[in-house]
Every structure is written in structure tokens, then in C-alpha cells.
Design a protein around this ligand. Structure first.
Ligand SMILES: *Cc1c(COP(=O)(O)O)cnc(C)c1O
Length: 395
């Protein structure tokens, strides 16, 4: 079958919820992907910030394969060893006390919302608790996660949302203060907004929100699904601010390709009890064996040092692109999570790059997003910059 035939079959069988690029990917190696025709692509999207360790990182495939041969699933009616190992490692990496494994980021957000509501319910048995979320945020597509996602376009056809959600301006502390009431049970935000266009929290903002939460016994939920797992140069982005959330969510790179997410919390916020929450697949031995190995690799191979070094190099190179090019309006980001705001539609540049063998993705309506595997080297940055410049200059 050729590419057209594959695409025809996919479009007649799958629900049309994505406008996909006309490429059928077949295999990966390191930081490169290959399509079914054997065409090679340098990958600066990493499956949307998932493949932190690139394709076929030493030891990771083996860890997953070994677990396949042992036991894939147990249900949560029993204990399994990979889950407790992964939970201990995640707890340590995040400075949290308790972990619940999910199958996705969205489900991690659902769990975080339930934790916060139960925490407040334990205090007064009320049903009118409120959550403050941020405009231009993204937390997922299920009804709860969508309800705290500050994007009208995503919400509109699916209203009514869950109740009690209010939206503040990200990086505007007064706008948060104005919404706090005796009913507020949580404030939720991404430490570094991804889908919304690569906006990091200002230090005064995130510390101010922490203070509001401390003073009013409100839980701070930090969504680290995209910016966590080393992407910004620390294991979790909040660790750069010297603050800690009460609840955090993680997913994307946690399993480096196998579907696993988690929400974690401090002992104080651990409000859920038997019967309150559950999942059939969540935390099964297969995905936990992957996450456990990923967390080991981060430690043993000093992935964070590498991100800091290459992130700085990428920053310098993208600054040069910005300085040389009228179409680039702004450059933002941290570590290996950066974005260029452009005056043309990002898709124009992204499609040209794809033709030239480079995978880029967009964020928001006007940002080209750079979220490569964390193992890229300077030569890969140089290769990307050369293609990017060519695409920007072709206009
Ligand atoms: C991707 C993402 C989610 C949703 O995760 P899924 O695994 O797609 O359900 C939630 N929050 C943030 C910040 C994300 O980037």
C-alpha cells in the first residue's frame, strides 16, 4: 500500500477529529523518524513532548519487553512490583508523598479535581466548592479537564461544563485574588503553559498564588504534564521556583511512549479513600515498568544536565533566528520547551519543514513549538535551525 491508500483507509475508519499531516510514520531511531516510504525526519515534536528519551533508548525497550513476558496486567485488586517501584521513584523526584497512576494526562487532571473537591468536602460537606483556573490553559478533553481548560473554542459545543470553575489571567495575581472566596478549594495551572503558546509562570505570580493558597487553605494544583519530566531542565518545572504544589499532575514523558500518567499529592491533600476513585488499567505492571525504567535513566544518565546545556544552546540559536527574521515576533520558553511567535500561520512553516524532513508542531494560534527528545545534541539543533531558516526565508 502507498501513502495515499493508507490515508484513505484511515480517513474512512477513524473518526475525523484531527487534521493530520499527510505522513504515515513507520519507525524511529534516536531523534529521527521514518515514514512508510523510508523518508527520514528530524523530530522536534517528540510525539507532543512524549518521547523524552528518543526512539529505542538503551535499556528501555528491554525493560518493557521483559515485563510483557512476565505480566502485563493485574487490576488494582492486587499489588504489583513495578507500580510500587515507579511510585517510590516518582515521589522522590517530585517531593510528593502519594501517587495515583492513570492512563493519560486528562485522567490525572480528573483525579486532581476530585482530590481537591473531596478535601474541601471533608471540611464542610458542602457541594458548592469552586476552582480557579487560568485563561489560555490546557488540561485535557474530558468533561472535568475541559471545564478547567481556558479556551472557549474547545468548550463551546460541549456545555454545560462542570460547575464552580472561574477563570483568572495567567501571571496576573490581582485577577486571581479577585476570584478567591470562602468556597475556593483549588487553584489549577500549568507551571509553563504549553498548548496556550509557551508562557512560563512569573516567579512573583506563582509565589503569590502559593501564598494565597497557604493563607486560605486552598490546594495548589500544578499541571506538569507537558513541562515536567525534565523538559525545562529540572525534573519538574515548579522546582525552579522554590515552591511546591499540594497536588501535581504528570503524564506525556513519564512512560516515554507507553500510556501512563499520574497525580501525586502531599499527605495533607491525600483526601481520597477506598471507593472514591479507581481505574482498571491505571498503574498496571507494563506501563509502570516503563515509567520506572525512565525514572532510572533520568538519574543514571544525567538527562537534566544535558537538557540545561542543550536548552541554552537552542535558546541562543532561536534568538539568532528571531533577530534575523521579521516574521518572528517573540521567543519564549525554558530548557527544551521553547516557542517562536510568528506573524504568518505556523502551519505554513510547519508544512514546509515537513517536506524538508523536519517535524515541528504548533502551539496556540501563532507559535511554532520546539519540544524535541531531551537527548538531542547540538548538531541536531544546527540541522533544525538550517531547515527552519530556509522555511522562514522562502516566504
Ligand atoms: C497534553 C496535556 C494534557 C492532556 O494529556 P493527555 O495525555 O492528552 O490526556 C493536560 N495538560 C497539559 C499541560 C498537557 O500538555
Amino acid at each position: 500500500m502507498n501513502t495515499e491508500e493508507y490515508i484513505g483507509k484511515a480517513e474512512s475508519a477513524l473518526l475525523h477529529t484531527y487534521n493530520r499531516y499527510p505522513v504515515v510514520l513507520d519507525r524511529g531511531e534516536g531523534v529521527y523518524l521514518y515514514d512508510v516510504n523510508g523518508k527520514k525526519y528530524l523530530d522536534f515534536g517528540a510525539g507532543i513532548a512524549v518521547f523524552a528519551l528518543g526512539y529505542h533508548y538503551k535499556g528501555l525497550d528491554e525493560a518493557v519487553k521483559n515485563q510483557v513476558d512476565k505480566l502485563i496486567h493485574t487490576s488494582n485488586l492486587f499489588y504489583n512490583v513495578p507500580a510500587l517501584e515507579a511510585a517510590e521513584k516518582l515521589k522522590k523526584a517530585a517531593g510528593m508523598d502519594r501517587v495515583f497512576f492513570t492512563n493519560s494526562g486528562t485522567e490525572a487532571i480528573e483525579g486532581a479535581i476530585k482530590l481537591a473537591r473531596k478535601y474541601a468536602w471533608n471540611k464542610d460537606h458542602g457541594h458548592d466548592h469552586e476552582i480557579i483556573a487560568m485563561k489560555h490553559s490546557f488540561h485535557g478533553r474530558s468533561m472535568g479537564a475541559l471545564s478547567v481548560t481556558g479556551n472557549d473554542h474547545y468548550q463551546e459545543p460541549f456545555k454545560p461544563m462542570i460547575g464552580g470553575i472561574k477563570f483568572a489571567e495567567f501571571n496576573n495575581l490581582d485577577s486571581v485574588k479577585a476570584l478567591v472566596s470562602g468556597k475556593t478549594c483549588a487553584i489549577i495551572m500549568e507551571t509553563l503553559q504549553g498548548e496556550g503558546g509557551i508562557y512560563q509562570a512569573e516567579e512573583s505570580f506563582i509565589k503569590g498564588v502559593r501564598k494565597i493558597c497557604d493563607e486560605n487553605d486552598i490546594l495548589l494544583i500544578l499541571d506538569e504534564i507537558q513541562c515536567g519530566m525534565g523538559r525545562t531542565g529540572t525534573m519538574f518545572c515548579f522546582q525552579q521556583y522554590g515552591i511546591k504544589p499540594d497536588i501535581m499532575t504528570v503524564a506525556k514523558a513519564l512512560g516515554c511512549g507507553v500510556p501512563i500518567g499520574a497525580f501525586a499529592c502531599t499527605e495533607k491533600a491525600a483526601s481520597l479513600e477506598p471507593g472514591d476513585h479507581g481505574t482498571t488499567y491505571g498503574g498496571n505492571p507494563l506501563v509502570c515498568a516503563a515509567a520506572s525504567k525512565v525514572l532510572d535513566i533520568f538519574q543514571e544518565d544525567n538527562i537534566l544536565d544535558h537538557v540545561r546545556e542543550i536548552g541554552k544552546y537552542l535558546y541562543e540559536k532561536l534568538e539568532e533566528v528571531k533577530d534575523k527574521n521579521d516574521k518572528v515576533i517573540a521567543h519564549r520558553g525554558l530548557g527544551l520547551m521553547q516557542g517562536l511567535e510568528v506573524s504568518c500561520p505556523p502551519s505554513v512553516v510547519i508544512n514546509k519543514a515537513l517536506n524538508k524532513g523536519l517535524i515541528l508542531i504548533s502551539a496556540g494560534t501563532n507559535v511554532i513549538r520546539f519540544v524535541p527528545p531531551l537527548i538531542i545534541e547540538k548538531e541536531h539543533v544546527d540541522e533544525m535551525i538550517e531547515i527552519l531558516n530556509a522555511c522562514l526565508n522562502e516566504e
